[in-house]
Design a protein around this ligand. Sequence first.
Ligand code: M6R
Length: 366
Amino acid sequence: EKAGYEHFMLKEIYEQPSAIKDTYRGRMLADRGIIRMAGVDDNLEKFLNAKRIIVVACGTSWHAGLVAEYIFEDLARIPVEVEYASEFRYRNPVINKDDVVIAISQSGETADTMAAIKLAKENGAFVFGVCNVVGSSISRETHAGAYTHAGPEIGVASTKAFTTQITILSLIALKLGKAKGSISNTDYHMYLNEMELIPSKIEKALESNKHIIEVAKVYKNAKNCLYLGRGYNFPVALEGALKLKEISYIHAEGYPAAEMKHGPIALIDEQMPVVVIATKKGHYEKVVSNIQEIKSRKGKIIAIVTEGDTSVKNMADHVIEVSETFEALTPLLTTIPLQLFSYHIAVMLGKNVDQPRNLAKSVTVE
Ligand code: M6R
């Protein structure tokens, strides 16, 4: 069932182009400029009148929620708060009737996310689910929802669930942005056309696999690793660090690049690999100056850059290219090399990639 792949995780990484296509197929009709999703269409007024969106989730799904925060605020101009379900449920949070709560969960069984949903419902909020497992508890408990059509995800480390969650959330943001007039018609159409190109751009990103193996060889014995990104790629940095931690047991932290000087830069020395997402458009110049700060302290830079980049290439110890796309869609591409990097390190260290120690695929206890 691993279809010739050594691990489910690798299979699932390679399934992302088709998983994303399956997720938007029938929902996004780019040539006609239509996004239709029953769960959103049937509740459109609730979304359009929402004073705020609260995302509740855990782990990787929480990272997808953070990406959604950027895209919803950017394109649909709706304020978004992203909450760890475990904190939200016990905090006596302020929940209003005109809040829309989006619960994100691959398995649809996560106990904390479920409890957060129940609390939101008790307080009169409309709760929308983004789940992968059809018929799961969360998909049944929510008022409406949209499934990611990623197919079964077996590897404990979430990969295709993450990129398909971002796909769904981007479609919702685009749909609302169009309905509210907060994005122009031209931009809306351009986004839809660009979204259709994402699967082939992911294929392209996967072609860096051999190069990533070489980079992984250099850093497999690292004790720590930092991941930096800004804007849309800040959550990708968090996700990259989580992937490395959970399957290779190397300590890793993700930060918004500009936070370095508020503390973490003290960690930098020649032993410290720093993965920097430095794609064009996303505050590129600022990220470049963050890279310089790390270089001058002898940190090792692994940079994820836009194809054809030259300035970062001159500074970084390694560069991994991804295709150019709209800034809001870059997480769908920049995530790919980070998944492969952590995968190969874990394999080289002989770890149990698909079933890392101490972890379960769905966390049904709090
Ligand atoms: O099934 P869920 O999306 O609700 O799961 C949430 C987290 O437990 C999950 O994303 C976890 O962090 C993964 N192991 C990350 O790879």
